[in-house]
Design a protein around this ligand. Structure first.
Ligand code: GDP
Ligand code: IMO
Ligand code: MG
Length: 430
């Protein structure tokens, strides 16, 4: 059987997953998204041309690669068709290669209205969500009242379900948040405008990817967000509403865990976070501003500034353990070029004790004070370097130290946003 790989974010998202998925697609038959929704923003740069994908898997720019949206993904039909439209305008063939699971819960206007109303009401205490309706859509799934992709094709059932759901939403929107109610007929009509275009895209994703697997071809499972945003293991409640760890790949796409062979953990060479929540190694100084500027650290979905800080090995150790990371791909190494010294957080001081593993939950993490070790930086440029031996000595030392302090091997390094700006030490498909 061919090897299948899970690509996972090991920090707070935006590690460069999209770039690496795209880079690996020359070896695969299919790419599968298994959680999250259009809160994700995965950037691909091919021959200098930038494409940002939100819902469509990052295999779409490689001819012939099939793209699947598994059951664990929450799908906004509106966002989906906007993205398909953008890709088609750029000359990319999407619909003949895309399949969406019939069991995907939908994101509809009332989810977005509630997400945004709640955030506004929370003021300073807001989560800093992407405002895309992700949380409410997953709530409906767990509450067993979600409107799923397959319901679109049964108009009577759809209307009945929509009415029941909107009764609940409108009580909250009008009663708690002083927002206008969402009208059943308006949402129903909006769904109808997408129904015929969705019909050919919906299919048995689980069965199809199992068939591809049995035929001996490689499949990539593309994670969204990152482990520290995971609903169970992240800095709760400042997290997203899905499991974004490697374990979610099987359930979210409908394949057995035995089919998943390799976990490639995508690790930014420093740390970033968008939205609220604790961030022990955050730098509110010139170095933080420099990393933000050099790394173009602005959200690819919302355009919000990303907070920046030093590499956090304590958080990474948790992430590597939970995901079972086989190899790490260190991204954005080039952004650290020219820093005179570099710090790595190797412990947290919490209540007078030093711990080496990220505690659970925002309250505990907020009390952690980082313990750093310092290394010398490098003056040479690493931009676009493609061979490990061509990296400056201190950059190699930094990478070696990252492997030591986290306990996982560095198997790939990324030195620029372009597909080709990649160093391979050990190819995950070998
Ligand atoms: P994702 O959500 O994990 O796919 O990551 P994003 O696309 O949201 O953010 C990563 C950003 O860094 C994008 O703008 C990428 O084009 C860019 N990027 C990825 N890898 C590298 C790299 O090695 N060096 C630099 N300078 N930029 C990179
Ligand atoms: P990719 O796949 C970075 C963050 C939001 C917010 C929290 C909850 O591009 O790495 P949500 O809208 O999901 O309810 O917001 O999660 N968040 C991300 N941060 N990268 C992402 O995706 C994110 N998706 C959600 O900023 O803090
Ligand atoms: Mg992103």
């Amino acid at each position: 059987m061919a090897k299948n790989i899970i690509i996972i974010g090991t920090q707070w998202g935006d590690e460069g997953k999209g770039k690496i998925v795209d880079w690996l697609t020359d070896k695969v038959a299919a790419v599968v998204r298994f959680q999250g929704g259009h809160n994700a923003g995965h950037t691909l740069v091919v021959g200098g041309k930038k494409t940002i994908l939100r819902l469509i898997p990052s295999g779409i720019l490689r001819d012939g690669v099939r793209c699947f949206i598994g059951s664990g993904v929450v799908v906004s039909p509106k966002a989906l068709f906007e993205e398909i439209g953008e890709l088609e305008n750029a000359g990319v063939d999407v619909v003949s290669r895309l399949m969406i699971a019939p069991t995907c819960p939908l994101i509809l206007p009332h989810h977005i209205a509630l997400d945004q109303a709640r955030e506004k009401a929370k003021g300073d205490k807001k989560i800093g969500t992407t405002g895309r309706g992700i949380g409410p859509a997953y709530e409906d799934k767990v509450a067993r009242r979600a409107i799923r992709m397959m319901d679109i094709f049964q108009p009577e059932l759809l209307k009945e379900k929509l009415k029941a759901v909107l009764d609940i939403y409108n009580v909250q929107l009008t009663g708690l948040y002083n927002c206008p109610a969402v009208d059943v007929d308006t949402v129903y009509q909006e769904i109808q405008t997408y129904a015929e275009r969705l019909r050919p895209l919906v299919g048995d994703v689980s069965r199809t990817i199992n068939d591809i697997h049995r035929s001996g071809k490689h499949i990539l499972f593309e994670g969204a967000q990152g482990t520290l945003l995971d609903i169970d293991y992240g800095t709760y409640p400042f997290v997203t509403s899905s499991n974004c760890v490697s374990g979610a790949a099987a359930a979210g796409s409908g394949i057995a865990p035995q089919a998943l062979d390799y976990v490639l953990g995508i690790v930014k060479a420093y740390t970033t976070r968008v939205g609220s929540g604790p961030f022990p190694t955050e730098l509110n100084d010139e170095t933080g501003a420099l990393l933000a500027e050099r790394g173009h650290e602005f959200g690819s979905v919302t355009g919000r500034a990303r907070r920046c800080g030093w590499f956090d090995a304590v958080a990474l150790k948790r992430s590597i353990q939970i995901n079972g990371v086989t190899g790490m791909c260190i991204t954005k190494l080039d952004v650290m070029d020219g820093l005179p010294e570099i710090k790595i957080c190797t412990g947290y001081r919490i209540n007078g004790e030093v711990v080496d593993m990220l505690p659970f939950g925002a309250h505990q993490v907020a009390q952690c004070e980082p313990v750093y070790e310092t290394m010398s930086g490098w003056t040479e440029s690493t931009v676009g370097v493609k061979r490990y031996e061509d990296l400056p000595e201190n950059a190699r030392r930094y990478l070696e130290r990252l492997a030591e302090v986290t306990g996982a091997p560095v198997t790939m390094v990324s030195t620029g946003p372009d597909r080709e700006e990649t160093i391979v030490l050990e190819h995950p498909f070998d």
